[in-house]
Design a protein around this ligand. Structure first.
Ligand code: SF4
Length: 289
């Protein structure tokens, strides 16, 4: 029996970079804070907590903290891959806090586009989910006006001021087809627009590889947090190609029953699943079946 782990399983480049930064800082013995949980995975957050990493949940919390409470021994605040608004950087500076910026370079690029076009007077339109921290951060780089659009209805209802130029960007994980459909609505309105397709390929590549693997596999195992929407999506895609698809958070959830006829087991994982868990599952299947 063959066991194949998808090459794109687990952390994307930006999340891996941010998580590695936190572990590197822990090694220095300094107090480490992250602005928001570094990744939406219970196992990782628990491990970091045990190592003394504290999470600053939001701007209000940061406002109430002073240098001494954050940096008792030259500690540092790490900004996660999703990025933050310009205001948060200013606040960190005002408080003279040492900060390590682990914002994914792809997100940073959106901040620069928004800042530049906003300064030039464009109305910024962010295609994405307004409640997502990445979008909140992007929004915070616009000088005004800025609008977040997620649905066709919102795009239809949008009205620009006379002579206003629009600059449209996307949340990095937004679905490309939906983005195109929404941009088309703005185009049909006859507005003067600049479109920057800022969707990151990491999600798309992970989904395409999972579909390909599931089509060949007799059994698929998808690993990720129950609240992780990208893992759920992976599970649905795999299930559509491979009836025997399992959705697990960790090895402890795996109740595998493999008949002798099984020739290929495929494994993939959501963007916030650490390598350690993927390896544990992989080794278990290799050793026990
Ligand atoms: Fe990962 Fe892409 Fe988001 Fe960067 S932009 S954190 S690589 S999904």
């Amino acid at each position: 029996m063959e066991v194949v782990v998808a090459k794109t399983a687990g952390f994307c480049f930006g999340v891996k970079r941010a998580v590695d930064t936190v572990y590197e800082q822990i090694e220095t013995g300094k107090a480490v804070h992250t602005y928001g949980p570094i990744v939406h995975n219970g196992e990782v957050v628990k491990d970091l907590e045990e190592k003394g990493v504290k999470v600053i949940e939001n701007r209000q919390e940061l406002e109430q903290m002073d240098r001494e409470s954050i940096q008792p021994n030259n500690g540092t605040v790490i900004i996660r891959a999703h990025g933050v608004s310009e205001e948060v950087y200013q606040l960190l500076e005002e408080k003279k806090l040492e900060c390590i910026d682990a914002t994914c370079p792809f997100v940073k690029k959106i901040h620069r586009i928004v800042q530049r076009h906003s300064k030039e007077g464009c109305h910024i339109v962010i295609i994405g989910n307004g409640a997502h921290p990445e979008v909140e951060g992007i929004r915070g780089w616009a000088q005004a006006p800025v609008t977040v659009v997620e649905t066709q209805e919102q795009a239809q209802n949008f009205v620009a001021k006379e002579g206003e130029k629009l600059c449209i960007v996307a949340q990095t994980t937004f679905n490309y087809k939906k983005f195109q459909d929404l941009v088309e609505i703005f185009e049909k309105k006859g507005y003067d627009i600049i479109v920057a397709n800022t969707i990151c390929n990491a999600t798309k590549e992970r989904q395409e590889e999972a579909l390909e693997l599931a089509a060949k596999a007799d059994v698929m195992i998808v690993i990720g947090g129950t609240h992780s929407s990208n893992t759920r999506k992976l599970y649905e895609l795999c299930k559509s190609r491979c009836e025997s698809t399992y959705y697990i958070q960790t090895l402890a959830d795996l109740k595998l029953d493999l008949p002798n006829s099984v020739e290929l087991v495929g494994i993939t994982a959501g963007a916030s699943t650490p390598n350690k868990i993927i390896e544990e599952v992989q080794n278990y299947v290799r050793i026990n079946f």
